[in-house]
Design a protein around this ligand. Structure first.
Ligand code: MN
Length: 228
């Protein structure tokens, strides 16, 4: 495992799926979705899921590999380290790694959050932390929806654990994410138009509300617990 947050590292007891995402190295591979493209119907439609995974995410992986391929000293470097050390990369691939490495990580995380069958709300320690940070689960959902709705252009909305162990709602542009700034993302929502336009057209807020129907809180809870 490879984490740069000392306070959290001390408490980590096992390698989580999040660590596996951060520790992967070149050549990067498009991960299997883990469920059928139509498994999230009627909330997220099959056609959007198929294009999103097999075209958009695949392109991020291919572009990232093409950039890293030419730099053998980076072949063994974990994805998490690439994303946290962009200024140390060769100048000509910094933007490519930021956009496509970020895109690969964010989407790999997103698919795991959408695994069907989880509970519709957080429980236990995570629920207590959400209540403490935002007042209530409903207040958190409102704040998250606001972050997703007001992100201008393409980007992501997040719930993340910051370097001091506190929960933060934030949004990022393009394929940036909390993992680039020393935070640990535990919920991420893609608000690029390619994630919703076929079904929701310009109705991003409706897409955000639908997200609550497909977000697997067991996965979120697992990442939260592993990071404390
Ligand atoms: Mn996307």
């Amino acid at each position: 495992m490879r984490i740069i947050i000392p306070a959290l590292t001390l408490c980590l007891t096992r390698e989580s799926d999040m660590d596996k995402l951060l520790d992967q190295t070149y050549p990067f591979q498009l991960p299997a979705l883990g469920f059928a493209y139509d498994a999230l119907e009627p909330h997220f439609d099959a056609r959007t899921m198929e294009i999103h995974h097999s075209k958009h995410h695949a392109a991020y992986v291919n572009n990232l590999n093409a950039a890293i391929e030419k730099h053998p000293h980076l072949h063994g470097v974990p994805l998490g380290d690439l994303l946290r050390n962009l200024p140390s990369l060769p100048a000509e691939i910094q933007a490519t790694v930021r956009n496509n490495g970020g895109g690969h990580f964010n989407h790999a995380l997103f698919w795991q959050l959408l695994q069907p069958g989880g509970p519709a709300a957080p429980g236990g320690e995570l629920r207590q932390a959400i209540d403490a940070a935002f007042g209530s689960f409903g207040a958190f959902q409102e704040k998250f929806a606001q972050a997703a709705a007001t992100r201008f252009g393409s980007g992501w909305a997040w719930l993340a654990v910051d370097a001091f162990g506190r929960l933060q709602v934030l949004s990022t542009a393009n394929q940036d994410g909390p993992q680039m700034d020393g935070m640990v993302p535990i919920v991420g929502l893609d608000v690029w138009e390619h994630a919703y336009y076929l079904k929701f057209q310009n109705r991003r807020p409706e897409y955000v509300q639908t997200f609550w129907n497909v977000l697997n809180w067991d996965v979120v809870n697992g990442w939260f617990t592993a990071r404390r």
